[in-house]
Design a protein around this ligand. Structure first.
Ligand code: AMP
Ligand code: ZN
Length: 496
């Protein structure tokens, strides 16, 4: 049995999907206006572990993750600049280029951390029509009002607003009013109301662009304040951030889905608003299980560029640490506890991970030598117990820390090397530490990051069958004194 902590009910519940064995699962994805950092990594490793655990339990997972490439404002209260437009100005590029560049950066991070890519990845800007349709339904049902700044959702019309936070609408509004930093958009009826559609120009005034809801090309409209805007029944503008996830979740997975994940910061606003607008539109429960990962802090502080603690995988690598050692570090804490990243903890995780790989390499060698060892009844019982215990802890709200402890118990036990190896490979289906690819890591550690990146680039080119370009990269790698070895087990690189 699988138990998951559901933010909606504030307790651990037995998980069963609506239509077994199918599980419909939506993850809030990144806003692609800047580099992905190690805090994002924590949330997406958690979401990956959840997918793996579901599959381990023989569910068939249909998972969608969005890419937010429009509408996420610098203030969660519908004021401030669109993060994407801000990123474009910062780099003097088009918003579309910014989105493409940082989406690629994010995807590379997933690959490096051995995070499985969800079946469907969808961009907000590819689903504007669906968002407009949803807002239309809400308007027809009387949940919206229009002010100079845009079309808003009237939270007082949705009686269970805020349920995810455990607070009532009145309590939420009181809290917001008490908060000194809440900038209230002029004309908004209640502090909790949120934008469904924001106008590029006050009152939706349009400057003679298409009226069919199609994208207005940035190059055609260079004088506009915004690069990304679309026509809509209310006027030219862009969607609110929250409507994106509702529209895409409903489009790809249906009105009611089994699971929705994100960082804990999304509970009071983004997810609360997703629930309100989705349920108001469909009249059905939007999500059955909400799961949230707690945030990562760095040396006790929130990650920010000004504090110079905004770390990316690149920074981890530059200090000589492996990507998967970071994954190992994250697995040592429960996803629902806040985690503080320190370089000391990173060193400890790298050491433990190296040790695990060394031990496993030895086990792998012994396994072939001692192939014929027959298990005693007692040892067979132990193997079974390890497997049961691992399944139990992992099915207890994804307790990866306890799962890792069992991996170490297996390593230290007296069962045969063959059984140790098989058990650890089975557990790694969930942990995702890529332990089947283990090689002598002393050799691997001395391969510079630059070479590892070139190897990855070559693999990517080979994957898309760009053989000539891939070959050029191989020649470049060889020119730097390294040898590429391709085999059916994958590509290895060695000093020449
Ligand atoms: P964003 O790109 O800001 O929209 O965030 C994408 C996802 O990463 C969301 O689910 C956030 O909650 C999560 N996230 C952002 N910062 C952190 C952090 N410091 N620690 C953990 N998760 C984070
Ligand atoms: Zn979302």
């Amino acid at each position: 049995m699988l138990y998951l902590f559901n933010t909606l009910t504030h307790r651990k519940e037995e998980f069963t999907p609506l239509h077994p064995p199918l599980v419909t699962y939506y993850s809030c994805g990144p806003t692609v206006y800047d580099f992905a950092h190690i805090g994002h990594a924590r949330t997406f490793i958690f979401a990956d572990i959840l997918q793996r655990v579901l599959e381990f339990n023989n569910f068939k997972v249909k998972r969608v993750m969005n890419i937010t490439d429009v509408g996420h404002l610098t203030s969660d209260r519908d004021s401030g600049e669109d993060k994407m437009e801000k990123g474009a100005k910062r780099e003097n590029k088009s918003v579309w280029d910014i989105a493409e560049f940082y989406t690629q950066d994010f995807m590379l991070m997933l690959k490096r951390l051995n995070i499985q890519v969800p079946e469907t990845i969808c961009k907000a800007t590819d689903n504007i029509k669906e968002m407009i349709d949803l807002i239309n339904i809400l308007e027809k049902k009387g949940f919206t009002y229009q002010i100079a700044d845009g079309v808003y959702f009237n939270t007082s019309k949705f009686s269970s607003y805020g349920g995810l936070t455990g607070m009532t609408l009145l309590e939420l509004q009181k809290n917001l009013k008490a908060g000194s930093r809440v900038e209230m958009v002029e004309g908004k009826k209640h502090p909790t109301d949120f934008a469904l559609w924001k106008f590029s120009y006050p009152n939706g005034r349009s400057f003679g662009s298409p009226s069919n809801g199609l994208r207005v090309n940035a190059q055609d409209d260079v004088s506009s304040r915004r690069q990304m805007e679309w026509d809509s029944p209310w006027g030219k503008g862009f969607p609110g951030w929250h409507i994106e996830c509702s529209a895409m979740s409903m489009k790809y997975l249906g009105n009611t889905i089994d699971i929705h994940t994100g960082g804990a910061d999304h509970i009071p606003i983004h997810h609360t608003n997703e629930i309100a607008q989705s349920e108001a539109a469909s009249g059905k429960i939007f999500v059955r299980f909400w799961l949230h990962a707690q945030h990562l802090t760095v040396e006790g502080a929130k990650m920010s560029k000004s504090l110079h603690n905004f770390y990316r995988l690149k920074d981890i690598n530059e200090k000589g640490f492996d990507n998967l050692a970071l994954r190992y570090l994250y697995l040592t804490a429960h996803y629902r506890t806040a985690m503080n990243f320190t370089w000391k903890a990173m060193e400890g995780a790298q050491r433990a991970f190296d040790q695990l790989r060394r031990k496993l390499l030895k086990i792998k060698e012994q396994r072939t030598v001692n192939k014929k060892i027959i298990l005693s009844e007692e040892k067979r019982e132990k193997v079974k117990k390890f497997q049961q215990k691992f399944t139990e802890v992992i099915n207890d709200d994804l307790n990866t820390a306890a799962g890792l402890a069992i991996v170490w118990d297996v390593v230290k036990s007296d069962i045969t090397p063959g059984d140790k190896y098989d058990l650890i490979m089975l557990f790694d289906k969930i942990l995702g530490l890529d332990l089947s690819q283990i090689t002598d890591n002393r050799e691997q550690r001395t391969i510079p990051v630059e070479i590892k990146e070139l190897v990855e680039k070559r693999e990517e080119l080979r994957r898309v069958q760009k053989w000539d370009e891939a070959d050029k990269v191989r020649i470049e790698i060889e020119g730097k004194g390294f040898l590429i070895l391709d085999s059916k087990d994958g590509t290895k690189v060695k000093r020449n």
